[in-house]
Write a protein that binds this ligand. Sequence first.
Ligand SMILES: [Zn+2]
Ligand SMILES: [Zn+2]
Length: 426
Amino acid sequence: MRRNLSIIAVCIVAVMALIAVYTAGWLNGQSGQGPALVKEAQAAGQTEASPVKAIEDREVYYPGSEGLAPDEMRVTACGTGMPNARPKQAAACWLVELGNRDKFLFDIGTGSAERIAAMKIPYNYLNKVFIGHLHSDHFGDLDALYCGGIVANRVVPLEVWGPSSIDPKYGTKAAMEAFEKMLAWDIDTRMGNTDTRGAFLKVTEFDYTAVNKVIYQKNGVTIRTIPAIHIFDGPVSFILEWNGLKFAYSSDTFPNKWWLKHTKGVDISIHECFIAPESLVEKQRFTPQAALNVGTQIHTSPAQFGKVMAETKPRLAVGYHFFNDFDTTPAVLRDIRMTYDGPLALATDYMVFNITKEKIKVRMAAVEEDVWPQPSTIPLVPPDPKLRRVSMSQEMRAGRVVHRDVLENVYRYINEKFGSNEKVPQ
Ligand SMILES: [Zn+2]
Ligand SMILES: [Zn+2]
């Protein structure tokens, strides 16, 4: 009997000890597991639960947060969709950044200025645009970059390169002259009111029939043009070469002999790959005849894109110019894979490609909605008083209601905050 009692006592003590161990674990946030188990797991080589250092190999690109190596090229998709810009995809636009600090834009289609802004690049560096042809889905946001750039601290002219056509009126030069006329009110109202050193266009029109001709050469960068086949005379494609790396961009083209000859083995080959014809019928109610005409004759269909890539064998083939959605991409991919089984990316906006001789890394950028333009890299200067400042008519001026007391307060506040000595104009 006494022996039985002592066995019961031992059992009670053991149970209490177990409860104590369990409770201690629970209090430590270990969900009821005893500390011994944690030690065992640590001994088994599990990694630290809470590292304090950033993960080196990021799977996401955060604009403005990564340096480019001196031998590296970064290509960012700032527009990959179709002519109608939509929240997910702007129309055609590609940003190329090089380890030598140079930056180039290829096409600047509708909606793309917003994507460019998300890259946090000072606008002084966004001053070189190469336009493949004059469809609005390839240059529709040029005004946004031009005028937006002026107010966002670009103090250097915007330089534009684009092709001629069979008639001067269809060339880039004529388009840019009309563009400047269209913007007369915008530009003239800024003159004399802000630093407008960036309110100038420099246009270079080149021969659209030129084959592999150099149209830009500076700082180790060579850009060549080849003709593109797209509805009418004028469209071209571009090939950029730098530091042994080659970037090819089709803009819009039907498969053609110049592309096949001059883009063989390039590092990144960005070629239009239109939506599969069946999607035009199903989503847009095109007739089969219209879908086949637009999707296979005016543009390069996915199956033809595959054929082009199979023949040119780039390090990476990139298809763009289609709405890249869960219900459209399977048909695009199915058709490409009928003719091409090499490395492939199906572009959507904010896709980022880091290219070196050793590696091509493809990621998506994570962008901030509340991004601001970066300050100018060149100090701003006061408005030039000699510039043709437009002045309001007496009739309009007489309509002003001046709250002088309110303005005195605003001026005083700013003067005190920033040490200035500005006076409310009379
Ligand atoms: Zn086009
Ligand atoms: Zn297009």
